[in-house]
Ligand binder design. Structure first.
Ligand code: ADP
Ligand code: MG
Length: 252
């Protein structure tokens, strides 16, 4: 562990009553990394993410983000499977609220800039209930980027979307990530999504989740179209490696 780590998880376990959900886990994430946690349902991915967000306390071990104990709701931008927006407010209004909550100045320029990053500047005045599910999830991502702290934590954010919308959002998140350089932890059970988005992929074992595989994804992150990337032989090889690591551990 070095003090420069964006996230440092050391000897962490977490139990709900007498059920151990995760651990022991040691994991450090340097600034700017896009880490994807992948594993079967129930293996403890969300628990680990909530520990990093500070919503749960480790039963043993320590979690540090940017060198200090995480403060729930403050230290990171969070995106969940359901966007959890204020439906009666406008798109811009939801972002303005997030800026205010994050303690940042609220200006039209800032709201506009955040919406532009996720391709939504033209719907700023619409109400949340007037836009599609994919657009709502884009608002949730823009809202998470409103937090000044650079940690972005995403828990299966695209799982409820149709396949085409999901691919489009993956492409766009990849670009947002490359342009903002945010340290991110993205949880999914999709192997394809993991290899497409991650600069690093960590496979967890079934509960209690421990690290089964920790893989650097050495694929180009800029200057390549999504289709081209998905078509690379290296992409297929990495997907196979991650897929094997998951299947090897799952007993049905
Ligand atoms: N609040 C809770 N109380 C009790 N058990 C829980 C709670 N949250 C999760 N669990 C259990 O902990 C394990 C890991 O859950 P979770 O972290 O949600 O896994 P995943 O996100 O990988 O599906 C599961 O067996 C789940 O049932
Ligand atoms: Mg989960």
């Amino acid at each position: 562990m070095s003090s420069a780590d964006a996230i440092a998880v050391s000897g962490v376990t977490h139990s709900y009553g007498d059920v151990t959900a995760v651990g022991p886990i040691d994991l450090t994430v340097p600034p700017g990394e896009f880490l994807v946690l992948v594993g079967a349902s129930g293996c403890g991915k969300s628990t680990l993410l909530r520990l990093i967000a500070g919503f749960e306390q480790p039963t043993t071990g320590t979690v540090l983000t940017n060198g200090t104990a995480p403060v729930p709701g403050r230290g990171a931008g969070l995106v969940f499977q359901q966007p959890r927006l204020f439906p009666w407010k406008t798109v811009g209004g939801n972002i303005a609220l997030a800026l205010r909550y994050a303690g940042r100045p609220v200006t039209d320029e800032r709201v506009d800039d955040l919406l532009r990053r996720v391709g939504l500047h033209d719907v700023a005045k619409r109400r949340i209930w007037q836009i599609s599910g994919g657009q709502q999830q884009r608002v949730a991502i823009a809202r998470a980027l409103a937090v000044e702290n650079p940690l972005l934590l995403l828990d299966e954010p695209f799982a409820a979307l149709d396949a085409l919308t999901r691919e489009k959002l993956q492409d766009d998140l990849r670009q947002v990530s490359a342009s903002t350089g945010r340290t991110s932890v993205f949880v999914t059970h999709s192997v394809d999504e993991a290899v497409f988005l991650g600069s690093r992929v960590v496979v967890l074992t079934p509960r209690p989740g421990t690290i089964a595989l920790d893989l650097t994804i050495d694929l180009p992150r800029t200057g390549i179209a999504a289709d081209e990337l998905r078509g690379l032989p290296e992409f297929a090889a990495l997907r196979a490696e991650v897929g094997h690591a998951i299947r090897d551990r799952v007993t049905v």
